[in-house]
Ligand binder design. Structure first.
Ligand code: GLN
Ligand code: ZN
Length: 761
């Protein structure tokens, strides 16, 4: 018999119940007991959703983040919250978000823990903090309560725990402490934890060591051996769990650690499965993650069964089946979707449907395919419909991609020649000022967009509201005397959705929420088919804005790589190909803007970095096609047309060559918080084009001072000649209000003037 299990279930709830409860609790609108009750109801519901599985995860539920839960379980609280009033949950929220609850004022000074991306997903975890005084101690109460709760509901719980070595790897040393020096103490605490789990009758524990899919130095490989050899005396059975990628050079290590079973991602590491089956000692269980936990497509069950058959033959009872990774990264329930096109809906599976697929495969193996014939037939029909559908496949789009040439990604002339032409044409001062695109999205704007969507506002009336917003933005920019204007993006709720809604091949869900961090969720749109752009998407708005001023108005677009990285993408073609289709669609828009007389066009690539593969050895391949997609989008324009791009992060030292390779005339980036440290990279690397290092931190309500901006720019001028520098905020201004934005930009323009004056002296 094969065994089924799950690695983790989305905790946020079908209707984002956890989000709303948390936010109400933080605002002081519900009590702690209300919050705990919502959590318990959700856990119960989620266990019910998984009840057909042999083992069901426990401890995967979290009020904010599972790594933060682990830090609390291991007694690793930052010093700054120790000794404060309240209970554990108060401290938990202090580390998560800087304060415990609404009535917390004495503590508003507490710095929240740093947040960072969980591997290559869009989930963000709270980074464990270490220093030379770090001592671990066990507090398993949260986990034990959840296990107890599961037991009372008759659930066969398998606790889910981050492994000690990955825990250290994912954390950050706040002083010079070598994280691995903490391992011995940490492993002792894991030993105690296992003892506790055994005492409450637990049989299997899922212990996640996802770092096994990364490039590890010998020290870290050794740490894995040391940890698991030390823990091998535990009477519990350990299922060592990896996901998101291939084990590669860590394969033998993973197979040979003294554990009782190994889980691998049989989607992303499909080609390694045969090798693992060979290598794995025959007393160990092998869990194959056969259902993709990172996308929303139905699994081809017939094909999966065919592929599994020989492994099943070989492994028999030692074969376990699961999704490839925790289902945290997919929406909860497809059945909630009432508005999705029925054909497209028939191709999709969210968390609950994915578990159903898993059960079907297991039953087919255990009891014979005939026992699930209906399900298999239904699945085969859906898979076939998706393969054949002409809503997915568009010959013209595919042919256009085939006809892409290198020439399409190249400007006619070099940057130097272009810059010369552009200087003459725009006649901008040194340190020209601009903004990144959006201006404050007031409640009035949001209301108008909502009313238009629900039909309360006619198209004409909606256009009028938007046009008057644009007028307002232009007027403010005139008053501020900025050099290059933007229209302010009032018509966009989101920089991907706005474009997705106007492209073919895209669809949107009502409840397809995925946790991004804490109570925050995102609803990635779904690319289901070949992408094309039936009509211009932004030209009317930009044209209208340009008609109101003599200053250059930037056309404002989202780039192909960012659109790709913030969507659920197709699994039936390479990401790079989908990206090329997007590139061609946005290229058409660029050329239409140019035709309409727009002379500066900004193509945001906010998420270029997010697509970097887990292993550095694969970075080049990704960067090559990503940069080429950008170049196809941007570089069909005349030499006089100025291309800008924007990225909202400051770590790009390690990808600076690729960024230069994009060949945008101007790039605006985030730098203000890092005090221009980012520009250190220019000591070694000669960045050839123009750059606007953000001097105004838009994530803070503070108004930046003239002097501080002048100083930042002076620092920048030490690295990059003044002729190639721009002054701008870090990012778009949509989350700020006008009272913050206006004085900040007044100061920014003043800073530019001062820099120009001192230059002329
Ligand atoms: N143009 C977008 C804006 O200003 C860019 C947003 C972003 O980089 N995240 O809002
Ligand atoms: Zn940005």
């Amino acid at each position: 018999m094969v065994t089924t299990h799950n690695l983790g279930f989305p905790r946020i709830g079908k209707k984002r119940e956890l989000k709303f409860a948390l936010e109400k609790y933080w605002r002081g609108e519900i009590t702690k007991n209300d919050l705990l009750e919502t959590a318990s109801t959700l856990r119960q519901e989620h266990w019910q959703n998984q009840s057909k599985l042999d083992f069901i995860p426990a401890g995967d539920f979290s009020f904010y983040d599972q790594l933060l839960d682990a830090s609390f379980m291991l007694g690793n609280l930052p010093k700054r919250v120790q000794g404060l009033s309240g209970d554990n949950l108060d401290n938990y929220f202090r580390v998560a978000r800087g304060r415990a609850s609404a009535d917390e004022t004495e503590c508003s000074c507490i710095q929240a823990g740093e947040m960072t991306k969980w591997f290559d997903t869009n989930y963000h975890y709270i980074v464990p903090e270490f220093d030379k005084n770090t001592q671990f101690s066990l507090d398993a109460s949260r986990l034990l309560e959840q296990i107890d709760e599961a037991k009372q509901q008759g659930i066969n719980a398998k606790p889910v725990i981050i492994g000690p070595v990955s825990y250290l790897w994912l954390g950050k040393s706040k002083d010079e402490t070598n994280k691995l020096d903490l391992l011995d103490n940490l492993v002792i605490v894991y030993g105690l934890l296992f003892k506790k789990l055994q005492e409450v009758g637990i049989e299997w524990v899922q212990i996640d060591e996802p770092i096994l899919v990364m490039e590890l130095s010998q020290e870290w490989q050794h740490a894995l051996r040391k940890a698991y050899y030390t823990l091998q005396s535990t009477p519990l059975k350990l299922l060592l769990t990896t996901y998101f990628g291939e084990l590669q050079e860590n394969l033998q290590l993973a197979c040979n650690l003294p554990i009782d079973g190994l889980h691998i991602d049989a989607i992303n590491a499909k080609d390694e499965v045969a090798k693992v089956v060979d290598w794995l000692p025959c007393h160990k269980v092998l869990s194959l993650g056969i259902i993709n936990g990172r996308n929303i497509w139905k699994t081809d069950l017939t094909q999966t069964l065919k592929w599994l058959e020989p492994f099943h033959q070989q492994l028999q009872d030692r074969l376990w089946l699961a999704p490839s990774c925790s289902l945290l990264h997919v929406p909860v329930d497809l059945d909630s979707e009432q508005k999705l096109d029925s054909e497209i809906k028939s191709w999709l599976a969210f968390a609950i449907q994915k578990l159903d697929e898993l059960n079907t495969v297991a039953k087919a193996l255990n009891d014979g395919s005939h026992t699930v014939a209906d399900k298999l037939a239904e699945n085969a029909a859906a898979i076939d419909s998706r393969k054949q559908s002409n809503r997915v496949h568009n010959k013209d789009v595919k042919n256009r991609v085939l006809e892409i040439t290198d020439e399409m990604g190249k400007r006619h002339s070099s940057y130097e020649l272009r810059a010369d032409l552009q200087r003459k044409k725009f006649n901008l001062p040194l340190y020209p000022t601009t903004t990144i695109g959006s201006f404050p999205q007031t409640s009035q704007i949001r209301q108008a967009r909502r009313d238009f969507r629900t039909g309360k506002l006619s198209e004409m009336a909606y256009h009028e509201v938007m046009q008057s917003e644009i007028q307002h933005c232009v007027k403010v920019q005139e008053e501020l005397e900025l050099d290059v204007f933007v229209h302010g993006e009032p018509e966009r709720n989101d920089m991907v959705e706005y474009f997705g809604e106007q492209l073919t091949g895209y669809t949107f869900t009502q409840f397809g929420w995925v946790q991004s961090y804490g109570s925050r969720c995102v609803k990635p749109p779904i690319i289901y088919g070949d992408i094309s752009r039936p009509t211009a998407m932004t030209v009317d708005w930009i044209n209208y804005a340009q008609s109101l001023t003599d200053k250059p108005m930037k056309g404002m677009l989202t780039g192909p790589v960012t659109i790709l990285n913030w969507s659920f993408v197709r699994d039936d073609q390479a990401r790079s190909e989908t990206c090329q289709q997007l590139a061609l669609a946005i290229r058409d828009e660029v050329l239409d803007l140019e035709k309409a007389g727009i002379t500066i066009i900004q193509i945001d690539e906010a998420a270029l970095r997010e697509g970097l593969p887990l292993r550095k050895s694969q970075w080049k391949y990704y960067l090559d096609w990503a940069v080429q997609s950008f170049r196809i989008t941007a570089n069909g324009v005349k030499d006089e047309t100025q291309i800008h791009t924007h990225m909202c992060y400051s770590e790009f030292n390690d990808i600076i060559e690729s960024i230069a390779d994009m060949d945008a005339d101007v790039i605006t980036i985030e730098t203000s918080r890092s005090d221009m440290e980012l520009l250190d990279v220019f000591d070694q690397f000669h960045y050839p084009n123009e750059i606007g290092p953000g001097v105004y931190d838009i994530h803070s309500p503070n108004i930046p001072l003239v002097d501080s901006m002048v100083n930042l720019m002076k620092k920048a001028t030490q690295r990059i000649p003044a002729e190639r520098l721009w002054i701008n905020p870090d990012c778009g201004l949509k989350t700020r209000n006008w009272d913050e934005v206006k004085p900040a930009l007044v100061n920014m323009v003043k800073a530019s003037k001062i820099l120009n004056e001192t230059r002329c002296l």
